[in-house]
Design a protein around this ligand. Structure first.
Ligand code: NAD
Ligand code: UDX
Length: 346
């Protein structure tokens, strides 16, 4: 039996994991840890690279197809002897030797994941199968960045990991929501059938520097709009809620999950809950009190409420978020102002 503890109810019997590379057991030659990050040129992925590269015992390999990510996010590491960057689409098989896989590759902003929904499903299903196949061949541990969207438009509030969700299987968000649900299923089937060491993080809305300025997600939209003196676009009804986690807290949680003994799924998010109207008012007050707030049409199936229960993350990972929304917004504003070339008014 694998030693790690599965979360949730009965996950069935688990085969022993495949053998990792003999280098891991070498007595005299202690090799570096080789860590693959799929989607590492994106927002969360590039912050994860920064953190993992701080450990001189880590070698980091990023694969990305640059659909929503950019080499710019990794420019400080290009050419570093412990860093490699590969242009690759995870829907194609990948044959490399690694010890850990952080599998993030997938467009995350609704406007991007809805742009080519069939590709989004392929990325979640075929991409995750390919990464699990790689994990099986080389005996690597694999972490999937799943999402709070597996809870759909939740009928239970706040959401803990035992909730099975309320997802429309045929809606415009389903390519992402159902794609991630299948990805979680594949992770557990490879775990039970082949003994793969898996970790599943259910990430709640995350924000911070380096988000695409035209990413379309709410925090980046509001901050860019406030800086550009454009009205903040609250999608109706404005009473829908989200809970926003700062990216450094998120990266800390992901690494703790990877290094710990629990498969998950584990919610990683900040339980501070805000309506979109409250968020707009906060951004207005903090960045540009002159700016207008307007309401605009929403898109179908927008979840009405979302807030994580993080008891498991606290108890099993010793993790909880440190950065409050009012502390994170100025850090993101600073980054956006630099990239947009718009200094603060006096
Ligand atoms: N940011 C959030 O609020 C949030 C919330 C829940 C889950 N997540 C998950 O975290 C992960 C990262 O999200 P993010 O916010 O950094 O998004 P992002 O769009 O900035 O990053 C995703 C990265 O994956 C790459 N990618 C997409 N499809 C690919 C493919 N087929 N092959 C190779 N690379 C591909 C993109 O180019 C990009 O660099 C995603 O899996 C997302 O579902 C994010
Ligand atoms: O300009 C905007 C953009 C968005 N919104 C609203 O803000 C809320 C959040 O929308 P976002 O697009 O930022 O993100 P969502 O919460 O809908 O989805 C996200 O959830 C978690 C992750 O898996 C993904 O990053 C993404 O799917 C929604 O209610 C949306 O209607 C606005 O009010 N104005």
């Amino acid at each position: 039996m694998a030693k790690e503890a599965s979360q949730g109810e009965n996950h069935g019997s688990v085969k022993p994991p495949p053998e990792p590379s003999p280098l891991r057991k070498a007595r005299f030659f202690q090799a570096n840890m080789r860590i693959l990050i799929t989607g590492g040129a994106g927002f969360i992925g590039s912050h994860l690279v920064d953190k993992l590269m701080q450990n001189v015992k880590n070698e980091v390999i990023v694969v990305d197809n640059y659909f929503t990510g950019s080499k710019d996010n990794l420019k400080q590491w290009i050419g570093h002897p412990r860093f490699e960057l590969i242009r690759h689409d995870v829907t194609e098989p990948l044959l490399i030797e690694v010890d850990q896989i952080y599998h993030l590759a997938c467009p995350a902003s609704p406007i991007f994941y809805k742009y080519n929904p069939v590709k989004t499903i392929k990325t979640n299903v075929i991409g995750t199968l390919n990464m699990l196949g790689l994990a099986k061949r080389v005996g690597a541990r694999i972490l999937l960045t799943s999402t709070s969207e597996v809870y759909g438009d939740p009928l239970v509030h706040p959401q803990d990991e035992s909730y099975w969700g309320n997802v429309n299987p045929i809606g415009v968000r389903s390519c992402y929501d159902e794609g991630k649900r299948v990805a979680e299923t594949l992770m557990f089937d490879y775990h039970r059938q082949h003994g793969i060491e898996i970790r599943i993080a259910r990430i709640f809305n995350t924000y911070g520097p380096r988000m695409n300025i035209d990413d379309g997600r709410v925090v980046s939209n509001f901050i860019a709009q406030a800086i550009r003196d454009e009205p903040l676009t609250v999608q109706l009804p404005g009473t829908q809620t989200r809970s926003f986690c700062y990216v450094s807290d998120m990266v800390d949680g992901l690494i703790r999950l990877m290094e710990g003994d629990n498969t998950g799924p584990i919610n990683i998010g900040n339980p501070g809950e805000f309506t979109m109207t409250e968020l707009a008012e906060t951004v207005k007050e903090m960045i540009n009190p002159e700016v207008k707030i307007i309401t605009v049409e929403n898109t179908p199936d927008d979840p009405r409420q979302r807030k994580p229960v993080i008891t498991k993350a606290k108890e099993l990972l010793g993790w909880e978020p440190k950065v409050k929304l009012r502390e994170g917004i100025p850090l993101m504003e600073e980054d956006f102002r630099q990239r947009l070339g718009i200094p603060r008014k006096n």
